[in-house]
Design a protein around this ligand. Structure first.
Ligand SMILES: Nc1ncnc2c1ncn2[C@@H]1O[C@H](COP(=O)(O)OP(=O)(O)OP(=O)(O)O)[C@@H](O)[C@H]1O
Length: 246
């Protein structure tokens, strides 16, 4: 099967620091890839290059047959790569429903902003996405009143209404209470499955990785040191020593 996402020779240097060292990487549609690595290993740098927030010094990024290297983040969203953030970027003065409405309007293009909101939004779709991420009961709450887990879910919901083929999530369970991590990930993964969205997520919690990833890539010093099934990668000697601290 062809790769949905492919990088070749992807390199980024910050002065003397090699944050990405000639990364060759392939992701197939339908995979659930967990990205693991110690602080400073280069995980966010990789995500930032793929989503257009940083231009690589060298190398190429192909997505669904299109060369997206150096494209602007908005163009990359239009190509079908969504992103959620470690610290969700929400419209704090808006309600949950209004936030989803804005995401739908963004998908519909700049002219939709000129029409009355009630005409340009698709109510059924919004109700559905709120239900899928378990936020129906909080639809009229302001974003700044949401607990962290709900903020993460809203961030994912806003990314999903842009209809991505791939969603890249930076630490979806960080800042969430230990007993809420599994229900949160289960909800996110169900939502992604429903829309056939391929997933990449950066994660530090080993239990979450084992439960929700079909594949793991371990970053060490700007390179992928191990890549394969969760069991294989978690038992790799270098990963155990450098990443897991065993
Ligand atoms: N804008 C920048 N300027 C200079 N150095 C940077 C910059 N961004 C990242 N780096 C360096 O690049 C390396 C990789 O950083 P990166 O943030 O990608 O790691 P990470 O694996 O995401 O870490 P964390 O888990 O802490 O988020 C680190 O040495 C970091 O200090």
């Amino acid at each position: 099967m062809n790769s949905l996402l492919q990088t070749r020779g992807l390199t980024l240097k910050f002065g003397g620091v090699v944050a990405a060292e000639s990364i060759d990487f392939d992701l197939k549609a339908g995979e659930r890839l967990a990205v693991i690595g110690a602080n400073g290993a280069g995980k966010t740098t990789f995500i930032n290059m793929v989503t257009g927030y940083i231009k690589p010094s060298a190398g190429k990024i192909m997505f669904d047959g299109v060369n997206i290297t150096g494209m602007h983040p908005r163009q990359i969203v239009l190509q079908g790569i969504g992103r959620s953030f470690q610290l969700p970027q929400l419209f704090t003065e808006h309600t949950v429903r209004q936030s989803i409405e804005l995401a739908v309007a963004a998908r519909q293009g700049p002219l939709s902003m000129l029409r009355p909101m009630s005409k340009c939004v698709e109510r059924d779709e919004i109700d559905h996405v709120l239900s899928v991420v378990g936020l129906s009961q909080r639809a009229d709450d302001h974003c700044d009143s949401l607990p962290e887990g709900h903020r993460k879910l809203l961030d994912v919901a806003m990314a999903l209404v842009l209809r991505p083929k791939l969603l890249i999530m930076d630490e979806p369970t960080s800042g969430v209470a230990a007993d809420e991590k599994h229900p949160l990930m289960a909800t996110i993964m169900n939502a992604l499955s429903e829309q056939n969205v391929t997933a990449v997520f950066v994660e530090h919690d080993v239990d979450i990785v084992r439960e929700y990833a079909t594949r793991v890539a371990a970053w060490i010093s700007g390179r992928i040191a191990a890549d394969g099934s969760p069991e294989t990668v978690m038992n790799d000697d270098e990963v155990r020593t450098v990443v897991l601290g065993h």
